[in-house]
Design a protein around this ligand. Structure first.
Ligand code: HEM
Ligand SMILES: *[C@@H]1O[C@H](CO)[C@@H](O)[C@H](O)[C@H]1NC(C)=O
Ligand SMILES: *[C@@H]1O[C@H](CO)[C@@H](O)[C@H](O)[C@H]1NC(C)=O
Length: 322
């Protein structure tokens, strides 16, 4: 009996990696050290080129990672294209015409497959590329935990319900991040991602015309390119989220909040007389403290795992299941 059980257990251990199993398992910083030793240099070089061609790409890939992780964990579910059987996340409200950089991930994946085929998950590539994007724009670096697996499913409705909207209140932001096991402090640090990148007029129109706690000259500046009437052509016009230095990962985001120049209602909620005011003040005066907290919070966010019953695999093409 004992022998039979041992035998079964051993068979399971030996055979497990061959199957497209369920999610789970521990992440490790050395997961690909032997299996794909060139992985990190391939990703880094590709991001060097992508960010040199367009600095905003560092921001776009960072946001892609956030939107992946908040929907059933960091499992590259966001990368799946819609098919007859699958309504994916790309066309969910927070992602459609908004999340970008898919082609950068596809190009990295092709290079990684050429170097070590069927080994590295798309989810891990996004995690590494997001880290490098931040660092290449002047932000911190950190060691990325690896060993994520790619989901064989995705959920447009989960993407619509799990991601915060730019109209969110502070209480809602704390709840949405709390639902993912992230603290209010993590939330405030991670929001510092808005020190880089661009946003469409539709996402901040309400704030620049209707909010009370906004800097008047800042509102006037943004109103110049974001007309009050929607559907008149200005909806997609971009503005930098950080008015001071949109291509540099620094702590000006927090200084802007203190002068009421947060672009989204949700940004300004972090400094509007509530529980995060003190932390915003500290980050605004201490860039090193922000950078360290941001890096730690990114590792925590990157640890969000798909639910145990999620079917997973190492996808060969990030856009579709094997
Ligand atoms: C706290 C709640 C958050 C809300 C409500 C929010 C909302 C938004 C919105 C509305 C945009 C503009 C999208 C568009 O115009 O198409 C945006 C852009 C961006 N978000 Fe957030 N976000 C939040 C947190 C985060 C987090 C945690 C990260 C990453 C750690 C992040 C990274 C970014 C980046 C980098 C951009 C610019 C992307 C680009 O230029 O392509 N955001 N966010
Ligand atoms: C994928 O399927 C599993 C099992 O049914 C489920 O728990 C998970 O939430 C699904 N993924 C998404 C993104 O909803
Ligand atoms: C509004 O923003 C300007 C910079 O554009 C700044 O000099 C000023 O102090 C801000 N006003 C308030 C009330 O914070």
């Amino acid at each position: 009996m004992a022998n039979a059980v041992t035998c079964l257990l051993m068979a399971a251990v030996v055979l497990a990696p061959l199957f497209a199993g369920a999610a789970g398992g521990k992440l490790s910083t050395r997961f690909y050290d032997r299996k794909c030793p060139n992985l990190q240099s391939i990703v880094r070089l590709a991001m060097v080129e992508a960010v040199a061609a367009e600095p905003r790409m560092g921001a776009s890939i960072l946001r892609m990672f956030f939107h992946d992780c908040f929907v059933n964990g960091c499992d590259a579910s966001i990368l799946l294209d819609d098919t007859a059987d699958l309504t994916g996340e790309k066309n969910a409200g927070p992602n459609a015409n908004s999340v970008r950089g898919y082609e950068v991930i596809d190009a990295i994946k092709a290079q990684v497959e050429a170097s070590c085929s069927a080994t590295v998950s798309c989810a891990d590539i996004v995690a590494l590329a997001a880290r490098d994007g931040v660092n290449l724009l002047g932000g911190p670096t950190w060691t990325v935990q690896l060993g994520r697996r790619d989901a064989r499913n995705a959920s447009q409705s989960a993407a619509n319900s799990n991601l915060p909207s730019p109209g969110s209140s502070l209480a809602t932001l704390i709840t949405v991040f709390g639902n993912k096991g992230l603290s209010a402090r993590d939330m405030t640090a991670l929001s510092g991602a808005h020190t880089i990148g661009q946003a469409r007029c539709t996402t901040f129109r309400d704030r620049i015309y209707n909010d009370a706690n906004i800097n008047g000259s800042f509102a006037a500046l943004r109103q110049q390119t974001c007309p009050q009437a929607s559907g008149t052509g200005g909806d997609g016009t971009l503005a930098p989220i950080d008015v001071t230095s949109p291509d540099v990962f620094d702590n000006y985001y927090y200084q802007n909040l203190m002068s009421k120049q947060g672009l989204f209602h949700s940004d300004q909620e972090l400094f509007n007389g509530g529980s995060q005011d003190a932390l915003v003040r500290r980050y605004s005066g201490n860039g090193a403290m922000f950078a360290a907290d941001f890096a730690k919070a990114m590792v925590r966010m990157g640890g969000l795992m798909p639910s145990a019953d999620t079917p997973t695999e190492v996808r060969l093409d990030c856009k579709k299941v094997n």
